[in-house]
Write a protein that binds this ligand. Structure first.
Ligand code: PAP
Length: 344
C-alpha cells in the first residue's frame, strides 16, 4: 500500500501510554469488572458481564475501558462500527477497497488476509497489542456500542463513523450459528447452546455487545443528530443496491469516484470482488486458521455462512419471529427506524 495516499500522522495512543501503565490500568479494571453482574457466556473461553446496560466479554470490556482513556482519534479517522454478525466483514472489505483502490489490487492484502486483519479492531488491539491502532490507513473497526466509544471519537468534530446493522431475526440466526460452530470446534466436550436458550439470551439483550436493539439505537440517534459524521445503513439495503451504497460510502469517506473511474467501472469492480460468492471462495476466507490468537475457535471460514436475507424462516417458529418483531417494534417506536420484515 502506498503511504503517499494518506496523511502523515501522530500516534493514536496517548502520550503517557506505556506498557506498564497499560498493565496497571488493566489490573484496576479487572478488579472493577469482577464486581459486575455476570452470566454464562455463549463463548466457552470468556465470562460475560454487564456494564452500563450492555453485555461484554470481560476481556473486551477491560480493553475497551483502557482504550477510552488512551485512544486519541485523528481527524481523518473513519470508525467502522457494528454489532456482531450484521455485515462487518463485507462492509470492511468494501470500505478498505474504496480507500485503497489506487493501489494495484493484485497486491491487495485482502487477497491473503481477512478484512479483520487489515483493519485494526479497537478492543482486540488493546487486548493484544495496542500499537496496532497506529495503522497507517485511517480505518478502524469496533463492535462497541456508541456510548462506550473513546471520548476522543465522540467529541471529535472531524472523524467519521460508518455503522451497519441488520434485521434482528437474521442477526440472531447468524450469531447462533457462529457461536455453535466455535464451541463445536473447540471441544466435543463443550455443551452446545440450544436455539431456544440462545433465543432467550438474545431477546433478553444478553448477546455479545447486546441488547442488540440498544446498540442500533445509539448509532441511529447519532446519525440523525450528525448525519455528516455518522453514516447509518442496513445490510438488507446494501444487498439490494450494493453499487449505489459503494458510491455513497465513497462520497461519505471523502473519496468520491471520479468521472473517469466511473467510466472505467471501478465501483462495479469493487462490488464484484467483495460479493459473497467471490469473496468466500478466496483461499484465505475458506481457511480454518484462527483469526486472533486470543480468540481460539474463531477461524476465517466462520465469517462466511450464507449471506442471505430471511434465513430466519428456516430456524424460527412463527411465535419466535413474532416475539422478536414485537421487541423491534417496541424498541424502535417513535425513533423513525424500521426493518421491512418487522413492520406490521
Ligand atoms: P463478525 O461480527 O463476526 O465480524 P459479520 O461479518 O458482521 O461477523 O457477519 C457475518 C455475516 O455476514 C454472515 O451472515 P450469515 O450467517 O447470515 O450467513 C456472513 O455470511 C455474512 N457475510 C460475510 N461476507 C459477506 C459478503 N461479502 N456479502 C454478504 N454477506 C456476507
Amino acid at each position: 500500500m502506498s503511504s503517499s495516499n494518506f496523511p502523515s500522522k501522530t500516534s493514536r495512543l496517548s502520550e503517557n501510554y506505556g506498557l506498564e501503565t497499560f498493565k496497571e490500568m488493566r489490573k484496576q479494571y479487572k478488579e472493577m469488572i469482577s464486581t459486575l453482574p455476570k452470566r454464562e457466556s455463549e463463548y466457552p473461553f470468556f465470562d460475560s458481564c454487564q456494564y452500563e446496560g450492555f453485555w461484554y466479554n470481560s476481556s473486551f470490556l477491560e480493553s475497551a475501558l483502557c482504550m477510552q482513556q488512551n485512544f486519541k482519534a485523528q481527524p481523518s479517522d473513519i470508525f467502522l462500527c457494528s454489532a456482531p454478525k450484521t455485515g462487518t466483514t463485507w462492509r470492511n472489505a468494501l470500505t478498505f477497497s474504496i480507500m485503497t483502490r489506487h493501489d494495484d489490487f493484485t497486491n491487495s492484502p485482502l487477497l491473503n488476509k481477512l478484512p479483520h486483519e487489515c483493519i485494526p479492531c479497537l478492543e482486540l488491539a488493546f487486548l493484544s497489542n495496542p500499537k496496532f491502532v497506529d495503522a497507517e490507513l485511517p480505518l478502524l473497526s469496533t463492535h462497541l456500542p456508541y456510548t462506550l466509544l473513546p471520548k476522543s471519537i465522540l467529541e471529535s468534530d472531524n472523524c467519521k463513523i460508518i455503522y451497519i446493522c441488520r434485521e434482528p431475526k437474521d442477526t440472531f440466526v447468524s450469531w447462533w450459528h457462529f457461536t455453535q460452530k466455535i464451541k463445536a470446534k473447540l471441544s466435543s466436550k463443550v455443551s452446545l447452546v440450544t436455539l431456544d436458550q440462545a433465543f432467550k439470551w438474545f431477546c433478553q439483550g444478553k448477546s455479545g455487545y447486546g441488547p442488540y436493539w440498544d446498540h442500533i439505537l445509539g448509532y441511529w440517534k447519532a446519525s440523525v443528530e450528525r448525519p455528516e459524521r455518522v453514516f447509518f445503513f442496513k445490510y438488507e439495503d446494501l444487498k439490494e443496491d450494493t453499487l449505489g451504497y459503494v458510491k455513497k460510502l465513497a462520497d461519505f469517506m471523502d473519496k468520491p469516484f471520479s468521472k473517469e473511474e466511473q467510466e472505467r467501472g471501478v465501483p462495479q469492480e469493487i462490488v464484484s470482488r467483495c460479493n459473497f460468492e467471490n469473496w468466500s471462495n478466496l483461499e484465505v476466507n475458506k481457511s480454518e486458521k484462527y483469526i486472533y490468537e486470543n480468540l481460539p475457535g474463531v477461524s476465517n471460514s466462520l465469517l462466511f455462512r450464507k449471506g442471505d436475507i430471511g434465513d430466519w424462516k428456516n430456524y424460527l417458529t412463527k411465535d419466535m419471529a413474532k416475539f422478536i418483531d414485537d421487541i423491534t417494534l417496541e424498541k424502535f417506536k417513535s425513533s423513525g427506524l424500521t426493518f421491512a420484515s418487522s413492520v406490521k
